[in-house]
Design a protein around this ligand. Structure first.
Ligand code: ATP
Ligand code: MG
Length: 362
């Protein structure tokens, strides 16, 4: 397997204040492969920004190892004076290869769109002509050529973020860190920015670390997801794994913000079929499956194998990373022992089963 482009090992970040100590990041290891769009989700204060600032040493960790693109930036098991492994100049050079964008754009208000982008090239070795050509090319890429002489105050939020993206790309970075870059934007503009990030990933091979509290954003562009809580990564996996087989309660909460299933459960739970469920011989369950586990044969085999009848109350299929993730809300009816076998069989087939009401067997 190829070496990850970002490798964080056992990272701890502790902030010492007068009276208290805040452990913002606790023993986090994270490996990002080249070409990944790695989503990091978590509520406010989880430690997301602190963790990603460690990647380019904007935040020096208390301990751990940071390796980016084969260069060791930081290693803690050295005498403390030498924990940062590279010189200031080399770090500056390497940092230019790690672009960053933020929620509040951080543009220079006194400078035009072109000048904002050119500003990122001030330390570049390119000639004046090459710099100008680079700015022109970048503004074309983010579709802002016609705004090049305007000032940030004349732009919409989405346009400002596109200037910030052009600026972040000025030094041809291999990695782009996006810290809540769409949080201040409306849904339509958010989708435009996400589409641009996806294009940069697909067409230019840019590796992206995408911090957000919006699972919807992750669903649109990420191929991998880590969920952070209280300074730790509590769950991680491919987008498909996380959506199809979430293990932690917090992960479920995030996923539910990006699907309608939660609302469907609420509505259906109030209906007579569920209120009057014969709990000995019926279960109301949520089934989640991915890829080849097509719903139709599964449901048929429940009857063929166990004489269990499935009544589908709600169904939804989404395509994530080109693969299907299906969710069904069903009432399964049959003899208690058959129901038990049927549920075990489903789990065996890689279907995540959550019994919402009725015979509790799993
Ligand atoms: N420079 C600092 N000094 C002291 N405490 C800090 C500092 N930076 C962050 N923290 C604390 O570390 C914890 C994690 O903060 P962080 O900004 O990484 O969270 P986050 O997940 O990015 O949250 P948000 O979604 O609100 O941006 C918080 O408790 C925060 O108050
Ligand atoms: Mg943050």
């Amino acid at each position: 397997m190829s070496e990850p482009i970002i490798s964080l090992q056992n990272i701890n970040v502790t902030f010492k204040q007068k009276k208290k100590t805040i452990e913002a990041v606790k023993s986090v290891s994270l490996e990002v492969e080249k070409g990944d769009v790695y989503g990091i989700v978590g509520y406010s204060g989880a430690g997301k920004s602190t963790l990603v600032r460690v990647i380019n040493l904007l935040q020096i960790p208390t301990s751990g190892t940071v390796v980016v693109n084969g260069t060791t930036f930081f290693k803690a098991n050295n005498p403390s004076a030498h924990r940062v492994q590279i010189g200031a100049k080399e770090l500056r050079d390497k940092r230019r290869k790690i672009g960053m964008i933020f929620q509040h754009f951080n543009l220079l208000n006194e400078r035009t769109v072109s000048e904002n982008v050119a500003f990122a090239l001030q330390n570049s070795k390119l000639s004046k002509e090459d710099k100008d050509a680079k700015v022109t090319e970048l503004l074309e890429l983010v579709d802002l050529t016609d705004r090049k002489d305007q000032y940030p105050s004349q732009l919409s939020g989405g346009q400002k973020q596109r200037v910030a993206i052009a600026r972040a790309l000025a030094n041809d970075p291999e990695i782009l860190i996006s810290d809540e870059a769409t949080s201040a934007l409306d849904p339509k503009t958010t989708n435009q920015i996400l589409a641009l990030l996806k294009k940069l990933n697909e067409e230019y091979g840019l590796t992206i670390v995408l911090i957000t509290h919006e699972m919807q954003a992750v669903k649109e562009v990420a191929n991998k997801v880590a969920v952070m809580q209280d300074g730790q990564i509590i769950e991680r996996g491919s987008l498909l794994e996380i959506f199809a087989q979430p293990e932690e309660q917090l992960t479920r909460e995030f996923i539910e913000t990006a699907t309608n299933i939660d609302r469907a459960i609420d509505v259906i739970s109030q209906q007579p079929v569920i209120q009057e469920l014969n709990e000995g011989q019926q279960v109301f369950a949520r089934l989640t499956y991915s890829g080849n586990n097509a719903d139709e044969p599964l449901i048929t085999s429940l009857y063929d194998k166990f004489n269990v009848v499935a009544n589908i109350l709600y169904g939804n299929v989404e395509v994530l990373q080109g693969e299907e993730v299906g969710s069904l809300l069903v009432i399964l009816g049959g003899e208690p022992s058959s129901l038990e076998q049927a549920l075990a069989y489903l789990a065996d087939q890689g279907v995540a089963v959550e019994v919402l009401k009725g015979t509790q067997t799993v």
